[in-house]
Design a protein around this ligand. Sequence first.
Ligand code: SF4
Length: 604
Amino acid sequence: MDFYKGNVLRIDLSAKTATVEPLNMDWAALYVGGKGLLFRYMWEYIPPKVDPWAPENPLFLMTGPFAGTNVSTTSRLVVGAKSPTTGILNDSYVGGSFAPEMKFAGYDAIIVVGKAPEPTVVTVRNDVVEFLPAAPKYWGLKTSEIEQAMRDDFDPEAKTLSIGPAGETLNPWACLSTDQYHKAGRGGHGALMGSKNLKAIALRGTGSVTVGDARAFLADMARIHREFVLTDDNLWAHEEGTPVLVDLVNGAGAMPTRNWSEGYFEGAKNLNSESFQKIRVKKRACYQCAIGCRNFHGTTFAGKEVRGEGPEYETIALCGGNCGIGDIDALMEFNAECDEWGLDTISSGSVVGLAMDLTEKGVVDLGLRFGEVESYVKAPAMIAKRQGAGAELALGSRALAAKYGHPELAMEVKNLELPGYDPRGSFGMSVGYATSDRGGCHMRTYPVGDEILAGTVPADTMEGKVQQCITGDCANGFIGQNFSSIKFSGIWCDFWAVTPQQLAQMFKHVFKREVSEDEVMLMGERIWNLGRLFNVREGVQKDDIPKVLYAASGAFKDGPSAGKAIGEASFASSMHDYYQLRGWDQNGVPSEEKLAQIGVDVRL
Ligand code: SF4
């Protein structure tokens, strides 16, 4: 079968069995792969209203149709589940080389169900699946250690998806790790894997992928790479990478600073692209990616060498400015610690910033203060081990702030901590955060692209933003939810500014027919609505953001975005408009008419 292997590997940890099911190609025709096909499988395989911590809540690993081919950025993996952190869907993306290895082993998807009776490692070599005890040898290992152990004990070429100690202690923002520095960060998939007593899946595949007429495909992809990948629109990612955002976002007064109490961080000059280029050791790339955005840095902290990929902009914003940390070496150490213990850096920086705020306001002394490096770099280990104040921080932002009587200080949406763009400096992000299908997230729609980076629309107005959040494409950087849904079904990386027209040109090889831009956007709208149906079925919380981000009383007193406020009435009106434009009722439920029009094949 071209582009797809046609196989889903179902791993039952309770029964210690592995079975292979045919990939549902009717669903693939409607939802493609990646995000879309993941949502369709989640709808079918997740028991409605299941307790996300229950063994019956599966963990899904899904590839896209181009994984294992030479199409740049598409060999990504999406990890999905009903999140134990948010109680709604979560799709979390990771690069590296695990997804192509899955295809080479013969699988488009892996579904992990049940719970192992004891800590377990699963090895997969093509069609041979084995269940090994994880304790005492592997349980407790950090992420680089478990990957090395799998290379030593299973296969030197093994690709491993694992949890660190934070996943074992069921930390709500524990992530999954592969190729050491690549993380499926958001939504607590590491905690779900830990709850299943699953330390790692180590994989080795020796097969290949097929694309039909290889000569025609390769010729077309060579053209597409020449015309659309190796261009000025994308080369910023290779030359600088996401640290380039620091000066731009901070300059617009939208960089979270000291637990979102300010939008401009005076220490950002120490954490910008120029600063990171001084400690850059080399560039790296995910499997078959011509852009190669990954920055490998090296420095020292407290006499110790710190080397590794990243940090990316989100980490710089949340673990840097949001914690009042302008020390690049300390930030490198904090990032490396999060990587090794298996913690998402966005949530880590957010929770540590909140703890600093609670301490400085005199609410409770959690031993952390804005800008204080010594306690800051110890926080990831304490959180992962739930030791000392780490046990408190491991509650997550919402529960921690509520416990000490200050829920207004928690910067989260649907219990997922917000990333690095303050809506007071980028009004469109208020709609993006509130309506994101997985909670606080910047990767569903990116108003920042037009409002700050391109500067093609004013950042301090809501005019036109709702429509753009829904239907924007990549042409001017303002990617919308419909387009991101199909893009992440491909699975194209965020850092290729691909357009609907370019997706259509590539999809025609998969579907063996002409594909129009309109069809591409329709598929995206279908996928977004399927996600909404899932969330409605599971009981989604109100689409809102922390009030301080839109209330007039929350406006900054200083900095580039001083005095700017969306206003409560304007924000409420935007939510009303959003539901109307989506064809949803005022409770946010997609109408029968809309579902029929866009071809969603399930109903509540
Ligand atoms: S652009 Fe960067 S993150 Fe994206 S696939 Fe390429 S190397 Fe990986």
